[in-house]
Design a protein around this ligand. Sequence first.
Ligand code: ARG
Length: 283
Amino acid sequence: MTAVVPDPVSVGARTPVRTATPRHYLMCPPTYFTVEYAINPWMQPGIDVDRHRALAQWDALRRTYLDLGHRVDLLTPVPGLPDMVYAANGATVVDGTVLAARFRHPQRAGEAVAHATWFRAAAARVVEPEFVNEGEGDLLVVGDLILAGHGFRTDPRAHAEAARVFGREVVSLELVDPRYYHLDTAVAVLDATTIAWLPEAFRPASRALLQEHFPDAVVADATDAAVLGLNAVSDGRHVVLPIRATRLAAAVAERGFVPVPVDLSELLKGGGGPKCCTLEVRS
Ligand code: ARG
């Protein structure tokens, strides 16, 4: 009798087994979170925000990362910076080098300073940017590549700047739908070679580029995107994503990833989800 030994990288219907790697994240509690200005279509100034609920939801996200074995550092929230909870926008960190952010809107300018100060205190090399870039909102690391968005926030000239600072190839992508104003609302990085994305969020030429680089990408649909389902954080195996993005959760599960749904409904009022609240510190 011959024993059938399953191929270690695939089980069942050849679904790959995905591997998590420990991550280091920076987050900022929504202590001063409000929606008092509108800089994206999700924001309705003056809408009731339940800050206790926002804090509880944010804390559940933080604990989810800790339970998955990741490290989470915290940035001290600053009064008067209500969007500071969206820590992903405050910087981009690759190989220990920090490209500071430079926000498009003056309301968020102080956040870049808070991030740069934190990284300098942590003895990191911080590069001050020449052009507007909203951190990991528009600069997404996929393996050796950086996907870079423009159209609403980040200046396209910041893409070449990021390529120079990090010494990496940058793929420039133009966003066209104001609801998906940051790249991290239209693309989710699942691992070094896999993304999930919403094709309609991009100019046709950018769509073609993504298709060429990621022929096996998970294609999200409009209903997933409309609950910011693509605003997800993956450690290579676990994909932390908004609880309402049920189809996307099923689609990533089919590819061998493990969806980890979280409810950030209060923070959606500011136009953000799990990824917006999470800056990855890549040493
Ligand atoms: N209210 C914030 C803004 O419009 C939300 C930022 C969301 N962050 C993100 N990474 N997409 O700037």
